[in-house]
Design a protein around this ligand. Structure first.
Ligand SMILES: [Zn+2]
Length: 216
């Protein structure tokens, strides 16, 4: 027990909400801004006009990503809140039925009937709603939907993604803009994919090692 208390692990799943928003945001930022820049540049505009269009695209895109993410994650959050409210009401109106229900859940997971009843009793004595939310509804502090966090993350990462092709406009001669931004954006997307794959592989490896260490 004491060993568990000494180190607090940080798991990737705790960051799943903003990680998802971040990946979507960065990809969208690169793709939509690069397409806009290539389109405007192909229509033979000056570099300054291309830049204005690109910056406008960055701002509009970041706001629309934030709004879209906020609405989508809020509706998930509303559903969770409604479920929790119903659970709270059921716990108040029929505690015995809820106790049976939780006991049954632990039994289905392989716990003996007597022990399952004890676990249900003790968890419900401490915090019945949290126990039911986690083990019956699958809602926990870690996985709860956070709309503002998701909105800010996707707006920020969209802006970072959009800044990459925009920087190319500043760095490249006008004559190379259409081809250059297209190729550079494909490279940005490719390297981003590689990074997330490496991160996933690293996380898997670390988790595996920790598991082995804890088993031995
Ligand atoms: Zn319940």
């Amino acid at each position: 027990m004491s060993r568990l208390h000494q180190h607090s692990e940080s798991h990737l799943v705790a960051r799943i909400g903003w990680l998802r928003a971040a990946v979507l945001g960065a990809n969208d930022g690169i793709v939509s801004t690069a397409s806009l820049i290539v389109g405007v540049a192909a229509a033979s505009a000056d570099t300054s006009e291309v830049l204005v269009a690109g910056v406008a695209g960055l701002v509009a895109g970041a706001m629309s990503m934030a709004a879209g993410e906020y609405v989508s994650v809020s509706s998930q959050s509303d559903t969770e809140q409604a479920d929790l409210a119903r659970e709270r009401a059921e716990l108040a109106s029929q505690p015995e039925f809820e106790r049976e229900e939780l006991t049954r859940i632990y039994m289905d997971r392989g716990v003996d009937a007597d022990l399952a009843r004890q676990v249900a009793d003790q968890l419900m004595a401490k915090d019945a709603l949290t126990a039911h939310a986690r083990d019956e509804l699958g809602i926990s502090e870690v996985t709860a939907a956070r709309p503002i966090q998701a909105a800010l993350t996707s707006a920020a990462t969209f802006a970072v993604g959009a800044a990459m092709p925009l920087a190319m406009v500043l760095l490249m001669p006008r004559s190379l803009l259409v081809v250059g931004v297209s190729i550079a954006s494909l490279i940005f997307l490719g390297s981003r994919l590689n990074h997330s794959q490496k991160a996933t592989a690293a996380a898997r490896l670390t988790a595996d090692r920790k598991l082995r260490a804890s088993l031995s």
